[in-house]
Design a protein around this ligand. Structure first.
Ligand SMILES: [Zn+2]
Length: 347
């Protein structure tokens, strides 16, 4: 009997140890695609979601960078979900190359012209004869679905993903909510007729941790997300919208979401606007503002702290990695696999 009990106890201990070793949190990788977008999310259950796939061409440089992080760093052999925020080539140009390098489970986007809505709603394509559009249709055949505001990505585990904006529509919320106290500060600018304004915006939540990716959403729709009612809530990690351009990052949105950490996917000569850097520096809740590159066109005063810039050499390729604890209570950010880890508390 004693021997049996000891054996059972040993098995319990082994199971306990195994469970702890497998206890993973949420990983978010901001992959450098030189002023495009490619954000890889890996859930605690190791389901993978890529938001945007970088640029086409350059011998599939961006798909190769994405696959390197997926396979060599995250140790996964398949991409479960590919989300395309909007139809600009720095966001969906990498799909053809990516689909040759890795199996992609499901495709999500804001809709396709003639399939999910009239062509007039798709000012920037993809056109029927556009090679990038043809490649996207081929890769996603039978595996794609359009996402509207209020939809959720169907994920298997504890991570929630809700669509806040799609095709200029914003998430509906219950009435009788209090007006945003920053209403008076909000301004609109001339309407943006491009696909940027039609970007998907998605909030990912794990426990009390919240991450916001708005693609290239521009000023007026950003305003609609927080004025007169806040449809987002407080955010811990903010992907600086539209590579840090200042026709995006409406101050009323950035102030309302009250981010703790900001990560900008700019290139050396794209995004990273001085006005956006100034805005981020002026927001007291922001404890660290990372950039993928230094903006080569502006001085040090219009860039972040050099220690928070991932790529000093122009050729780039280094990612920024945020890892969130399994309970969502804390998160750490580091540059690449060896950078200094800074830890933050979720709100
Ligand atoms: Zn873009």
């Amino acid at each position: 009997m004693k021997r049996l009990l000891t054996g059972a106890f040993a098995i319990c201990l082994a199971i306990g140890t195994h469970a702890r070793a497998e206890d993973k949190g949420l990983d978010i990788f901001f992959i450098d695609v030189d002023g495009g977008a490619a954000t890889l999310i890996v859930t605690p259950e190791r389901e993978s979601i890529l938001i945007d796939s970088g640029w086409p061409g350059r011998n599939d440089r961006d798909p190769k960078r994405i696959v390197h992080v997926l396979k060599d760093v995250a140790k996964l052999d398949k991409l479960d979900h590919l989300v395309t925020t909007h139809w600009h080539m720095d966001h969906y140009g990498g799909v053809e190359g990516l689909s040759k390098l890795v199996e992609i489970g499901k495709f999500w986007d804001r809709g396709l012209p003639g399939v999910d809505g009239p062509e007039a709603d798709f000012p920037d394509g993809p056109k029927a004869n556009d090679p990038l559009g043809v490649a996207y249709l081929k890769a996603s055949a039978g595996k794609r679905k359009a996402l509207g505001a209020n939809d959720s990505l169907p994920l298997n585990g504890s991570l929630k993903a809700i669509v806040l904006a799609s095709g200029t529509e914003v998430r509906k919320i219950a009435k009788r909510q209090k007006h945003n106290p920053l209403n008076a500060e909000s301004k609109t600018i001339a309407e943006d007729p491009s696909d940027n304004a039609r970007s998907l915006a998605i909030k990912f939540s794990l426990g009390q941790f919240d991450f916001l990716d708005c693609g290239d959403l521009t000023w007026n729709i950003e305003r609609d997300l927080v004025v007169p009612y806040d449809r987002i809530g407080q955010i811990d990690l903010y992907q600086v919208t539209h590579h840090g351009m200042d026709i995006s990052n409406n101050p009323v949105l950035v102030k309302t979401i009250h981010p703790t950490v900001a990560i900008m996917n700019n290139g050396p000569r794209k995004g990273g606007a001085a006005n956006t850097v100034k805005l981020l520096k002026s927001i007291p809740s922001i404890e660290a503002a990372y950039q993928l590159h230094k903006n080569a066109a502006t001085g040090p005063e219009d860039n972040t702290d050099p220690s928070l810039i991932a790529n000093k050499p122009k050729e780039g390729g280094e990612f920024i990695h945020a890892s969130v604890s399994p309970d969502g209570k804390t998160f750490s950010v580091q540059i690449g696999e060896k950078g200094e880890k800074k830890t933050f508390t979720s709100k």
